[in-house]
Design a binder for this molecule. Structure first.
Ligand SMILES: NC(=O)c1ccc[n+]([C@@H]2O[C@H](COP(=O)([O-])OP(=O)(O)OC[C@H]3O[C@@H](n4cnc5c(N)ncnc54)[C@H](OP(=O)(O)O)[C@@H]3O)[C@@H](O)[C@H]2O)c1
Length: 283
C-alpha cells in the first residue's frame, strides 16, 4: 500500500483522480486543495511531507488560465515554476516520487505529425514557457520523476471546453468554433487512470511521457462530436483562428504521440471519440 499525495485536488484532474480511486484502490490517497497545501509555501510543503510521508506526489496544482497567464506572469511563474521547485526539494529530501503534469503547449505547432517526447519544445505562450521551465527543473534536479504532457483535457469537473460548449448550446442560437487548430481531446478520467498505471507499475520507468486519447481533430470537430454524442441540435459554424483572436496564441498543431506511454505501462489508449461517449453518463 502506497501513500499518494494529490496537490491541487479541487481542480479538474484532481476531481477525476478522486472519482477513479473511489471506484477501486488499495492505496492511501491524500487529496489536498490549495487551502490545505499551497505549493508556493516552501515551509508548508516541507512540514506536510515530513508529517505525512507520501511515497508519490501527483502535482495537479497549476496556474492553467492560458490567456490570463500573459498578463499575470508573476502569479503564473510563482505557481508553475516556484511551486514545482518546492515540490522537487521536498521530494528529494523525503525520497518521494514526483508525477508532474505538463502540456502540449510546450510545442509551437510547426509540426504536421504527432509530437514525440524527443521533439524540441518551443512554447509560444507564457503558460507554455512556465510549464517547460518546470519540466527542466525537474529533469535536472530529481531523478525519481514522471512528467506527463497532456492536451485538451475535459471531464464533468471544473472548467473545460466540453462544459463550455454544453452551456453555450443552451444560451446561443449559433456557436462559432475554430477549425484550424489541431489537437487530441483527452478525457480527464482516462488521464487519471494513466496516472494510476504509473503508481501501480511494478518497476520505475522514470522520464518524460506524452498522454492523450488517440486520434486528432480541431476544436470545431471536437464541438461537433460533443453535440452529436449529447444529441443536441446546434447551429455550429467553423471559423479561423484569425476570426477569434486571443491574448495567448495557441499552436496550430499540438497532437501528441502517446505510444511510449502505452508501451511502457501496457496501457490501452482509447480514441478521443470513444472516450467522449462518456458524456452521456454525465448529462
Ligand atoms: N486543462 C487542460 O486542458 C490541460 C491541458 C494540458 C495540460 N494540463 C495540465 O494538467 C494539470 C491539471 O489541469 P486541470 O485542468 O486539472 O487544472 P485546474 O482545473 O485549473 O486545477 C488546478 C488546481 O490547482 C490549484 N492551485 C493553483 N495554485 C495552487 C497552489 N499554489 N497550491 C495548490 N494548489 C493550487 C487550483 O486551485 P484553485 O481552485 O484554488 O484555483 C486548482 O484547483 C495542470 O498541470 C495543467 O497544466 C491541463
Amino acid at each position: 500500500m502506497k501513500r499518494i499525495l494529490i496537490t491541487g485536488a479541487n481542480g479538474q484532474l484532481g476531481q477525476c483522480l478522486r472519482k477513479v480511486v473511489s471506484e477501486s484502490s488499495s492505496h492511501v490517497f491524500l487529496f489536498e486543495n490549495r487551502a490545505m497545501l499551497n505549493i508556493t509555501d516552501n515551509d508548508a510543503v516541507f512540514a506536510y511531507f515530513h508529517k505525512h510521508k507520501p511515497d508519490f506526489c501527483i502535482n495537479t496544482a497549476a496556474f492553467t488560465q492560458v490567456d490570463l497567464a500573459e498578463s499575470h506572469r508573476k502569479e503564473a511563474y510563482q505557481i508553475n515554476v516556484e511551486g514545482v521547485k518546492n515540490l522537487i526539494e521536498a521530494c528529494e529530501e523525503f525520497s518521494v516520487k514526483l508525477i508532474q503534469l505538463s502540456t502540449d503547449f510546450v510545442f509551437d505547432g510547426a509540426e504536421k505529425s504527432p509530437y514525440l517526447e524527443t521533439d524540441v519544445p518551443h512554447p509560444q505562450t507564457y503558460y507554455g514557457q512556465t510549464k517547460l521551465e518546470a519540466e527542466t527543473w525537474i529533469q535536472h534536479n530529481l531523478d525519481a520523476h514522471y512528467i506527463l504532457r497532456t492536451s485538451w483535457l475535459y471531464s464533468e469537473f471544473g472548467h473545460n471546453f466540453m462544459k463550455t460548449m454544453l452551456r453555450l448550446a443552451s444560451e446561443k442560437k449559433k456557436i462559432r468554433v475554430v477549425d484550424d487548430q489541431f489537437g487530441s481531446p483527452t478525457s480527464g478520467i482516462d488521464l487519471a487512470k494513466a496516472i494510476l498505471a504509473i503508481v501501480n507499475a511494478e518497476e520505475n520507468h522514470y522520464g518524460l511521457y506524452h498522454f492523450s486519447n488517440s486520434g486528432e481533430t480541431t476544436w470545431y470537430g471536437f464541438a461537433k462530436e460533443i453535440f452529436e454524442k449529447s444529441k443536441l441540435n446546434v447551429n455550429l459554424e467553423a471559423i479561423c483562428t484569425d476570426d477569434f483572436p486571443t491574448p495567448a496564441a495557441r499552436p496550430n498543431y499540438s497532437v501528441l504521440n502517446s505510444s511510449k506511454f502505452a508501451k511502457t505501462f501496457q496501457f490501452e489508449l482509447r480514441s478521443w471519440q470513444k472516450a467522449l461517449s462518456d458524456v452521456n453518463k454525465w448529462l
